[in-house]
Design a protein around this ligand. Sequence first.
Ligand code: AHR
Length: 518
Amino acid sequence: MTLTRRRLIQTTAAASLASLLPRAVFSQGTGNRKAVVHADQEIGIIRPELHSHFAEHLGSCVYGGIWVGKNSPVPNINGFRRAAVDYLKELGVPVLRWPGGCFADDYHWRDGIGPAAKRPKSVNTNWGGYTEDNGFGTHEFVEFCRLIGAEPYFAANVGSGSPQEMRDWMEYCNQPSGSSLAEERAANGSPEPFRVRYWGVGNELWGCGGNFTAQRTAEEYRHFATFARAFGGLRPYLVGCGPNGNNTQWTRGFMDTLSGYRMDGYSMHFYSNGNLPPLEYTPEAMYTQLNSFPRVEQAIIQQRNLLDGYDPNRRIGLFLDEWGVWDRMTAEDEKRNGRLWQQESMRSAVAAGLGLNIFNRQAEKLYMCNIAQMVNVLQAVLITDGPEGRNCVRTTSYYAFMLFKPHRAKTSVRTETDASSDQLPDLSFSASRQGGDVVVTLVNPRHNADMQVDCEIRGATPRQGRAEILHDPDINAYNSFDNPNRVVIRPHPLSVENGWIRLALPAMSVATVTLQVA
Ligand code: AHR
C-alpha cells in the first residue's frame, strides 16, 4: 500500500491538526497551507551524522573528482582538488563512507598503500572495467577526511575478502605501535594511528556483495565481527548489512540469525529512481520520483520498529547508508564524465529537502544517513566536467544541504501541516529547537502551485527571524559550468507576528526559517 502524505501525518502525529484548528482554515487545492510547530514537543537530537556522505571508486567520484593527483594542472592540495576541499569544508561533512558501494566487496586494501608508483593496477569490474591504479588508498582517504573535517567510515570487503583482511586493515589503521602492521603504516608516512571507528561489514551483500541470503549475511557478519578487535583501545563500531529498501523479510531473517550477537549499526539503502535523464524531467516523471519519499519515511519507521523488537533499548543504530535520486543516465554524459555522472536540478534539490525533512521528523530513529554520492556520481553535491575536470560547481543539492545545516545537533520537535495529497507530493516541513533558537525547513515540491504558509509556533514565542530560499520555477534549472550560480540560496521575506510566521513558498522551492524565540 502506498502511504500517502495525509495518512503518514495521521499515523505519526499524536494529534491531528484538524482537531486543533477550525475546519475553515483547511483550504485544500488552494495555495494556502497551515502549519504548526510544537516547539516544546521533542522528538530527538538531529545527529549531524544524518547529513553525511558517501564516496565510491565509481566514475569520476574519486579519480577526477576528489582526487586529481599531485601533478595535476587543476589547483590541488597534495593531489586533492582544492575547490572541492574548500566547498566541502564550508558545507561540513560529518562522516564520509568509502570505498564503496559495490566496489568495496572487490577491494583489497593492501593494493592502496605504499609508494604510489609501486601499487598494483587492478580492474574496476563493477563500474566499467577501467584501470584502477590504486593511487587513492587508505592514507589518501584519511588525509582527505582530515582536510574536510569528516570522520572516516570504511566499508570492508566481505564478498571477496576475509575476516583476516578486515581485521588486518583495522590493525593497520588503529594500532599505535608495536606490531608489524603499525610499523608498516608508520613507514608509509603515518606514525600516528588513523583511529578509524566506523566499519561496514560488507556493502550490499544481498546483491553485488555476494548475492547472499539474509541468514547467510548474518552468519558472515558474526564471523567477520568475531575478529574485529579493538586496536589502540578503540573498539570498532560495526555496521551490518541491512535491506534494499524496506525489505522486512530481510531484516527478520538477518536479525533472527544474528541471535543477539553484538552489532552496532544496521545499514539500509533506499534510492529514489527516476526514468528520465537529469535535465529532461517532466512534472509527471518528477512526481513519480518524489512520491518515493513517503516510502523512505515508511521504511525508516518500519525498519526501526522491527529492530526494536530485537533491540528494545535501541543499542543498534539505524543507518541509511545510501540514499538520493538516481536518474536515467545519458550515454554521452557517462562517456564524457564517467559512470553514473548526474547533473542536479531544482528537482534534485527538492528531493534532497524532502529527504532531509524526513530525517528530522524521524530523528530519534536514525543514527546516520549518507547521500549517494559526494562528487559527480548520482545526487552529488559537487560536479566537475570532462577528463581534466577543471571546473568544480556546487550543485543544487549542495545548497539544499546547506539550508538544513542549522538543524544539526538541535532537537527535532513535532510539527503538523494541513498539507494533503493522494497523488502529488505537497508541502513538506520539519523543525528543531535549541534554547532560544528554532529552525524550520519547508519544501514546496509542486511545479505549478505557489503556496503561502501560515505557521503557528506553539510552546514558544517567536520574537524575530529571517528566511532564506533556494528556488527556480523551472524543475530542470541547474548550475552549469557556464552559469554556476543560477540556483543559489537567497534571502527571502518573512513576517513574524503574534506567535505566527508567514512566508510565500513559490513552486519548486526549499526554504529555511531561523527564529529567535522566548
Ligand atoms: O551508489 C551506486 C551503487 O548503488 C553502489 O555501488 C551500490 O552499493 C548501490 O547499489
